[in-house]
Design a protein around this ligand. Structure first.
Ligand SMILES: *Cc1c(COP(=O)(O)O)cnc(C)c1O
Length: 411
């Protein structure tokens, strides 16, 4: 029996999907963004559950993520959002993945690959043009439009299925930047039309924009965050009825009564204040416990919070330390989180070896090797563990992972 595992309630994911489609404008559909292993929940099982619920479009960042979905029976549209490279193209075309184009030279090259694949009836690959409007990442700019139309005309194997852009600040209250991005997008698509290119679909909304700009739903909204039961920011709470499909659990594998004044863990940063029980749970930062992406402070309040946390730590108060939940009660992590083991201070409450502990494990950094147990129609139906040798996507995503100082050390 696993010492640490994650329970994913697919009924909750499907419920979130149904809540989302209730709020779609009539012409629009939901494209489920299941990148980074569906934000840690497991892309295959999440996509299967959504497909059963009627979802017909999915998005991932990388070709290999799309291939895995196809191999596991996901039909329907799969859009690769990220830039792709030549070595991925033939597999992507064979699997009918739709590709994002965001610069000119790859159009020429992709068309060449298509025409070489089959001499007579070479495949049409469906592509989406990504427009750079203010995210500063990938996409065509207005100034490239004439060249773009020229190059596309000479690329008969590509069919322009979509055109889209991505918002940088849709989750913020101030709308000016997002409005400007949208205006740039509309100028781009208008001029594209004048140049004779008429993509079948337009799509601009992520979770935040979906909630705040219902007039921009167009043909698809690309939703990840809301599907997994999160709101894209504080101000969005309550706009939809979402439920959280995710619970990470561990169990007590060692339990010991200790006297007041016992030091715990590396650098002995924790010392018990009274007689208590220390319990060990088999989870640590190698599993993603205590990890979070490095955020730079957004303004003075954020900055002050960081300063206060650090000052407090200097005097032995660990405001930032994780808390876990044992039998409905909150208990503190004692000392530094280890690589694969963590000590918790459970006080004198009644508990025993094997007792379950709920742990706050950030979805996107949860190690894919932690077994996921899925629940559907109220029943636990499968246990899924990533096999050795299969690349865990959520380990590769472009987060800069900040292993906080207190998490260093091993064991
Ligand atoms: C991740 C992503 C989304 C989904 O965003 P959420 O806010 O998680 O819904 C949509 N579009 C693109 C291009 C993305 O990379």
């Amino acid at each position: 029996m696993a010492g640490t595992w994650i329970e994913v309630d697919l009924d909750a994911v499907v419920g979130n999907y149904q809540e989302i489609i209730k709020h779609l404008s009539p012409e629009a559909k939901c494209m489920a963004v299941v990148k980074a292993d569906a934000y840690g929940l497991g892309a295959v099982e999440v996509a299967r559950a959504l497909a059963r619920a009627g979802c017909e479009a999915f998005a991932v960042t990388r070709v290999e993520e799309g291939l895995i979905l196809r191999e596991h029976g996901i039909e329907g549209l799969i859009l690769v959002l990220g830039p792709t490279t030549q070595e991925d193209w033939s597999a992507a075309i064979a699997a009918r993945l739709q590709l994002t184009l965001s610069e000119l030279s790859s159009i020429v090259e992709l068309n060449k690959v298509c025409s070489a694949l089959e001499s007579e009836n070479s495949p049409l690959v469906q592509v989406h043009l990504k427009v750079e409007t203010g995210m500063g990442r990938t996409g065509f700019q207005f100034s490239e439009l004439e060249a773009l139309s020229y190059v596309l005309e000479k690329a008969p194997h590509l069919q322009v299925a979509g055109v889209y852009t991505h918002f940088a600040r849709a989750a913020r209250r101030d709308r000016v930047y997002t409005l400007r991005q949208y205006e740039r997008f509309i100028s781009f698509t208008t001029r594209l039309g004048e140049l004779g290119i008429h993509p079948t679909w337009k799509h601009v909304c992520n979770s935040a924009a979906f909630l705040d700009y219902s007039e921009w739903h167009h043909d698809f909204v690309r939703i990840g965050t809301l599907l997994i039961g999160h709101y894209p920011g504080q101000g969005f709470k309550g706009k939809l009825k979402l439920s959280d499909p995710w619970v990470a659990k561990s169990r007590i594998v060692h339990l010991r009564k200790v006297p007041k004044g016992t030091y715990v863990g590396y650098q002995s940063i924790y010392r018990t204040k009274a007689e208590t029980q220390l319990a060990v749970i088999p989870v640590g930062y190698a599993d993603g416990f205590g990890l979070e992406p490095r955020f730079t402070p957004q303004g003075w309040i954020d900055f002050l919070k960081i300063v206060i946390k650090n000052l407090a730590a200097l005097f032995g108060f660990f405001l930032g330390l994780e808390r876990v939940e044992l039998k409905g009660k909150t208990v503190r992590v004692a000392g530094k989180i280890g690589m694969q083991l963590t000590v918790i201070d459970v006080g004198m409450q009644d508990c025993a070896l094997g007792d379950e502990v709920r742990i706050p494990l950030r979805r996107t950094v949860a190690n894919p090797r932690i077994p996921r147990r899925y629940r559907q129609d109220g029943q636990m139906f499968s246990e899924w563990v990533i096999k050795e040798g299969v690349l865990p996507f959520s380990q590769n995503i472009l987060y800069e992972i900040n292993i906080r100082e207190r998490n260093e050390g091993s064991g």
